[in-house]
Write a protein that binds this ligand. Structure first.
Ligand SMILES: Nc1nc2c(ncn2[C@@H]2O[C@H](COP(=O)(O)OP(=O)(O)OP(=O)(O)O)[C@@H](O)[C@H]2O)c(=O)[nH]1
Ligand SMILES: [Mg+2]
Length: 288
């Protein structure tokens, strides 16, 4: 498997900028991808925001395996986190987020009120890995399209404050990836779901990794989308990829087929899926 590794200077700068702005905000909205909630959680971000009230938002929940999402929410809540699953493009999402924010900040708001400080403004910072839906969510909270969004990582280049009609002041931030991954599979999952720039990984490595999970967890989707039979599905992984390449009419261009598989998955054409499973994390916990 090719090594996915980088350390773009602007990521370090982005972390520094988050640190600088933290004291200005009441709450942090930490966005993770519901398909890979753990793998898309940046440990550097977690370290920086440790002592801040914070709401964990599992975005792209419309694309994630709903059974697994439920498990993840249970898991996070058991670990004392405020977590909800959302589709950032949903128009009604602002009501849910404002309700949760008020719940989390209730004590703080009350303390201020007791001191005679009545403020209707809540300042929040949106952070997370690239392409997780930060700017999309902000646009919905603001009821207008002010933040630039795009279906590729690295769209937002710098921080900007935006004001919502509901008394929320929001800080949009560029996506932050961490410099290297302890576990190579984390980088591969991030690549598969679209958080990493395309030129940083080999399509076939990433597609093969995803195919393996789909074959185990979501075989019906693979069978029907690529018109495979059970025998073809049971071949070793490179052979399975070649079979799919042929079925797609791409002869032996498995690189192109690999890209197609990833795009199909990202667009939901292979059904709703997860690549992180609560069971695996729990197993690790019990080993420690
Ligand atoms: N299906 C689905 N798509 C979403 C959701 N949230 C965002 N998207 C799409 O994901 C893509 C990335 O969204 P952005 O809001 O630009 O992501 P970002 O986190 O601001 O990305 P960077 O600025 O690159 O860090 C866009 O094509 C959005 O339409 C969601 O909840 N569900
Ligand atoms: Mg953005």
């Amino acid at each position: 498997m090719a090594i996915i590794q980088w350390y773009p200077g602007h990521m370090a700068k982005a972390i520094r900028q988050v640190q600088e702005k933290l004291k200005l905000v009441d709450i942090v909205f930490e966005l993770v991808d519901a398909r890979i909630p753990e793998s898309s959680r940046n440990p550097m971000i977690q370290e920086v925001i440790e002592n801040k009230p914070h709401l964990l938002l599992l975005t792209k929940a419309d694309l994630a395996d709903p059974v697994e999402t439920k498990e993840w929410l249970k898991y996070y809540r058991q670990h004392g986190e405020n977590a909800i699953a959302i589709d950032s493009r949903e128009t009604k999402i602002e009501q849910v987020i404002i309700r949760e924010t008020n719940k989390i900040l209730k004590e703080k708001i009350q303390n201020k009120a007791d001191k005679g400080i009545i403020s209707h403004e809540i300042r929040a910072m949106c952070i997370g890995i690239p392409n997780v839906g930060k700017s999309t969510l902000l646009n919905h909270l603001l009821n207008k399209k002010v933040a630039i969004t795009g279906d590729k990582p690295g769209v937002t280049k710098k921080q900007q404050w935006l004001k919502s009609p509901h008394g929320l002041s929001l800080l949009d931030t560029p996506g932050i990836l961490w410099p290297k991954f302890d576990d190579q599979s984390i980088g591969t999952k991030l690549a598969f779901t679209g958080a990493i720039k395309e030129n940083l990984y080999a399509n076939d490595d990433v597609a093969l990794y995803g195919l393996n999970i789909f074959r185990n967890k979501y075989p019906a989707e693979l069978l029907s989308r690529y018109k495979l039979n059970e025998e073809e599905l049971d071949q070793n992984l490179p052979e399975l990829l070649l079979s799919i390449t042929k079925k797609l009419g791409m002869k032996d261009d498995y690189d192109r087929a690999s890209l197609r598989i990833m795009l199909d998955a990202r667009k939901g054409k292979l059904g709703r899926f997860c690549l992180d499973f609560v069971g695996e994390v729990v197993d690790e916990d019990s080993r420690n």
